[in-house]
Design a protein around this ligand. Sequence first.
Ligand SMILES: Nc1ncnc2c1ncn2[C@@H]1O[C@H](COP(=O)(O)OP(=O)(O)OP(=O)(O)O)[C@@H](O)[C@H]1O
Ligand SMILES: [Mg+2]
Length: 249
Amino acid sequence: MFLYIYAMSKTISLLNFKGGVGKTTSTYNIGYYLATQGYKVLLIDADAQFNLTQMAAADQTSSLYRILKKQSVVSPHKIADNFYIIPSSLELIKADIELSGQIHREYILDKALRRIKKNFDFVLIDCAPSLGLTTVNAIFTSDLIFVPIEAEYLSLTGYSVLTEALDNIDYEIDKVFITKYDSRKVLNRSVKDSIFDKLGPNAFQTPIRQNVALAEAPTSSQSIFEYAPDSNGAKDYESLTKEIIKEYG
Ligand SMILES: Nc1ncnc2c1ncn2[C@@H]1O[C@H](COP(=O)(O)OP(=O)(O)OP(=O)(O)O)[C@@H](O)[C@H]1O
Ligand SMILES: [Mg+2]
């Protein structure tokens, strides 16, 4: 007897209220690697800073703001084979206030994506470092929450704050992964160990090392796999994404 297992589309928010931890860098490079492995990937830039949109060199038509405001239909921009983005723009900064009086305001994105999610294997949402209405919309359309975290003492406090905020809306963190890791730093090593101890299976095993190529790649609108395929950054994002595929692919 044959068993057919249909792959389900998975929507994942990359979330941390702390800024600069690598949410955008991770969204782009994980998404790119998944696309090279044959998965159809949609990125959503849910941050008014539109860094992900810049990384993808995407224009800002059919932006998330216009979708949330129902001024535009969902029409993802193609970055590469299997690789698409719904871009952001500075005007997204107005969305939280403008939508605050609307009924079912937390589910606008979920409703907008309902028809197109099935066309993708993975939808990755790059969240802003705050819990505004746009972030809540991202969370409420997600199956999974991934949290990039630096192996520093204060990150653990941030992690508790995030856990509590998500608990208030009946969500929880599914996975944490370490970013900007420097094994020469004693503190980085000891915090990494305590993250692994404390979180067990809720932590991915691959730490993303501190790697200058990861910071340089966006200047040429490239993923790390195109910009510096032999770099530690490329090795680490490949290994992390393989963990993701193993568990959720
Ligand atoms: N592993 C790394 N090694 C070196 N630099 C990195 C690494 N990851 C990210 N960076 C750099 O750190 C900065 C912040 O990263 P990124 O923009 O991905 O974080 P973020 O969490 O999305 O920030 P924000 O909260 O502002 O949206 C960027 O300049 C990026 O290029
Ligand atoms: Mg970002």
